[in-house]
Design a protein around this ligand. Structure first.
Ligand code: FAD
Length: 508
């Protein structure tokens, strides 16, 4: 454990118990700081919380765990081994990709994957090796750039950045980069649909994100027994074990700022808590528009936020069914006209019945999620964010569109009759119930102008003694990068108070 330096025991208040806030909380608590986490909801986890419907257990949001070594590192730097608190399992197959005329079964076994590509796309198997070699290089060069803190402009000129430059594919989209490798549209989609993890279109997403399919194919994807929400639960347990206080149902009304410095928070209840450092894990856009008195912020004011590019949103269906389905753990179904489907989402149009969707049937491999003979089916449909102006209370028919697609395309005949529990989340729900700015579930878009130094930084530039963590901040929206945001903030705070600590990411 680290030692506190000459300034006594610093008091850190963390607003929000999502993955970013919890990472920061467990690391700082382990290092001996006084940590209080204030969470608006009755449970921890945020978008990564458990959703229970009767006997069925769902993840609210994240279902793919990538780069598990980052998770291992943040637990290790909080004094525990992941295996002590979680049962993490590699998935093989990783997922099925369902096109009009074929299904590609994606495996992390490179030889089997090459054969599978050859089966579905004759003559293209050899291109897979080129993809692996090229994108491994890109990942190795770019990931260290994501781990830096960027509170100084000069970090943009760090030697790692200069070494990464040839791998940025500036001016090229993810689709351009991957199509250039494979020369087939559907095969290119198999390695570019991952832009949806960032809530972006493959045709707009920067080419550098070709490292995401590499991360899957090169390093695997993982499930956690009990659901990925167990990660947040475990982080909260570890934080509390090291002395952190986690208070749920404790919504924060505002950050108290005096002379440009954060010095505490005021809860909705009227209670005030003093702090030496305030860490905001509430959704970035939501925090900027709700947690500061008018006049405090100059840069992230509503008019400027309105000009930011945002991710798309998601329409969610969580179905507890009294039948088991012959579906893999993860399956992605592409619209017949995928380009038109994606274009419509980003032009803010209500989807037609030619939707793309993702189905997760985790109870097929994890019996803890549904009773024997039953299934917990999670359906995610990418849709426009709330800037579209679509009033989802008037779109009740969309449920039918999704159920019909599940029956027709995923072969779930009899699904409707089997439903015992059900919950729907629309972009309006993300915005109003989950406090997600404009219902953009994957936060600010990841265009080059909103990344690294140009993304909201972990040391908040507008208010002193204030830090930002979570998907809307640097390095970005996905569990591993969110853990990095929590780690960067924890390391910056620790350094400020001269706490001794060891970290695999000392790029601050
Ligand atoms: C549908 C969906 C699927 C996703 N799938 C994946 C995936 O497969 N893999 C992946 O890596 N990532 C995925 N993500 C992205 C990302 O991992 C999650 O969104 C993640 O939960 C975001 O973490 P966060 O730290 O930004 O905080 P959040 O999860 O947004 O948590 C923020 C917390 O702050 C709390 N809060 C807000 N305001 C206040 C306040 N005023 N006072 C107190 N508390 C407050 C909220 O209640 C919430 O608990 C997905 C996201 C969604 C929505």
């Amino acid at each position: 454990m680290g030692e506190i330096g000459d300034k006594g025991k610093p008091r850190v208040v963390i607003v929000g118990a999502g993955p970013g806030g919890l990472t920061c909380a467990m690391m700082l608590a382990y290092r001996g700081l006084s940590v209080t986490v204030l969470e608006a909801k009755p449970q921890v986890g945020g978008r990564n919380a458990t959703l229970r419907l009767g006997p069925y257990v769902f993840d609210t949001g994240p279902t793919f765990l990538m780069l598990r070594q980052i998770l291992d590192e943040v637990f290790e730097e909080s004094g525990v081994a992941t295996a002590e608190v979680l049962d993490v399992r590699a998935l093989d197959p990783m997922y099925h990709l369902v096109f009009r005329d074929k299904t590609l079964k994606v495996t992390p076994d490179h030889e089997r994957m090459r054969q599978e590509i050859e089966r579905c796309f004759p003559g293209k198997g050899g291109r897979y090796n080129r993809f692996l070699v090229q994108e491994k290089q890109r990942f190795r060069r770019l990931y260290p750039c994501l781990q830096k803190s960027y509170h100084r402009f000069r970090t943009l000129f760090h030697p790692d950045m200069l070494r990464a430059l040839p791998h940025l594919s500036l001016g090229r989209s993810l689709f351009d980069v991957v199509y250039g490798l494979f020369g087939d549209e559907d095969l290119a989609l198999s390695f570019t649909f991952q832009s949806k993890y960032l809530g972006m279109s493959p045709w707009d997403c920067p080419g550098l994100f070709a490292m995401i399919p590499y991360i899957e194919h090169g390093l695997g994807i993982y499930h956690v027994a009990g659901g990925l929400s167990r990660i947040s639960d475990a982080m909260a347990e570890v934080a509390v074990r090291h002395g952190a206080a986690i208070r749920c149902s404790a919504p924060v009304k505002r950050v108290i700022v005096k002379a440009g410095q954060a010095c505490g928070v005021e809860l909705e209840s009227g209670e005030r808590i003093e702090a030496d450092e305030v860490v905001l894990n509430a959704d970035f856009g939501h925090a900027m528009t709700h947690l500061f008195e008018p006049g405090v912020l100059k840069k992230y004011v509503p008019a400027n936020l309105a000009r930011k590019k945002l991710s798309c949103s998601t329409y969610m269906l969580y179905l507890g069914t009294d039948r088991q389905w012959n579906l893999p753990h993860h399956a992605i179904y592409f619209a017949r006209d995928y380009r038109a489907n994606v274009a419509g989402i980003f032009q803010g149009r209500m989807p037609t019945d030619d939707i793309s969707f993702y189905v997760r049937n985790a109870s097929a491999t994890d019996p803890t999620l549904a009773p024997p003979g039953h299934s917990a089916i999670y359906v995610l449909v990418p849709v426009p964010n709330a800037r579209s102006g679509i009033d989802w209370s008037q779109q009740g028919g969309f449920r039918e569109t999704v159920l019909a697609a599940l029956e027709r395309r995923a072969g779930l005949t009899g699904l409707r009759e089997s439903i015992r529990e059900e919950k729907i989340l629309t972009p309006d729900d993300w915005k109003n119930e989950y406090g997600v700015y404009e219902g953009a579930t994957f936060n600010l878009a990841h265009n080059v102008g909103q990344m690294l130094y140009f993304r909201p930084r972990n040391r908040f530039e507008e208010v002193g003694h204030c830090y930002l963590v979570g998907g809307g901040t640097h390095p970005g929206s996905g569990l591993p990068t969110i853990y990095e945001s929590g780690r960067i903030a924890a390391n910056l705070i620790s350094k400020q108070y001269r706490v001794n600590f060891t970290s695999k990411n000392l790029e601050i």
